[in-house]
Design a protein around this ligand. Sequence first.
Ligand SMILES: [Zn+2]
Length: 114
Amino acid sequence: MHETMVAQSLLSTISAEAAKRSAKPVSAKISCGVLNAINDDVLCFAFDAIAKDTACEGMKLEIEHKQLQGRCKSCAEIFEFELCQPVCPKCGSGDFELQPDAALVLEEIEFSTE
Ligand SMILES: [Zn+2]
């Protein structure tokens, strides 16, 4: 399952970072594109399951879904593409190209300060 693989890779990255700092991670912020289709609940559940008995146990994951972006061919404006209104918000042109979907990124990890 997609989310399980993502959870595993997050866990290994966070564990490595935690070991480097000798600190306990309490939460992490992740962002991904809408086409990545990560299910928040499934990911958190998968993460909880594999994080049990590790330094990451009980961590909170916050997932931000980034909108697909379009780039206007007339004025080069980069904007958040919306299916219900697929035009450039700056000049109103419908001639644009879609930018690649945002990758899954681990934005930040918060560690316990104790
Ligand atoms: Zn434009």
